[in-house]
Design a protein around this ligand. Structure first.
Ligand SMILES: [Zn+2]
Length: 186
């Protein structure tokens, strides 16, 4: 058998909704917040604008404001972006929430539990080993490759370790595309 796999399958990791924020509520001490439908608040003070992303505690509903822009001259805004804040553009909500720098500045981590799916082709080639799989991330969902592969192939994690050759460490979470090769089982 050739060592060059000729069958390449695409897998896609994609969010199904926005992730929650792991963020301590100052009122009830719950550790989970949501952007809900996704709202910004824009406040004008003379020629300066404040823009916040609003998030809500999932336990007590307390609203917190995460600063997107503070005391920024109106003239410094891209008009399209400013309009997006005013209209609560869902794409802008997602890009701010998922921005690692914004997350670090506002001291939250993302909780992706139940907020993403793995899309795989329905047909798996019979007896056409080895099979090469390219994993593409439409959204930056951190996954452990061994868990993702185990789920996608319905193999035990031990079998994954035996049959899969992967270009990245199997146990280290990644949100960047990677490839792996599945060898024939015994
Ligand atoms: Zn709360």
């Amino acid at each position: 058998m050739s060592s060059q796999p000729h069958i390449v399958l695409p897998w896609v990791v994609r969010r199904t909704r926005l992730p929650l924020l792991s963020l301590r509520c100052v009122d009830c001490r719950s550790g989970s917040a949501t952007t809900g439908a996704g709202r910004f608040r824009v406040n004008a003070n003379g020629k300066l604008l404040d823009v916040w992303l609003l998030v809500r505690c999932v336990s007590c509903d307390r609203t917190s404001k995460l600063a997107v822009h503070e005391r920024t001259p109106v003239s410094a805004f891209d008009p399209v972006e400013l309009r997006g804040y005013q209209l609560n553009d869902p794409g802008l909500v997602a890009s701010r929430l998922l921005d690692p720098l914004f997350a670090r500045r506002n001291r939250y981590a993302l909780d992706w539990t139940g907020a993403w799916q793995l899309i795989t082709p329905s047909a798996w080639p019979d007896d056409a080993w080895p099979v090469h799989v390219d994993v593409v991330f439409d959204d930056p969902v951190p996954v452990r490759p061994d868990r993702l592969i185990s789920r996608g192939l319905r193999l035990s994690r031990n079998e994954v370790l035996r049959r899969v050759k992967c270009g990245v460490p199997l146990r280290r979470p990644t949100a960047a595309g990677f490839s792996f090769t599945v060898l024939a089982g015994e």
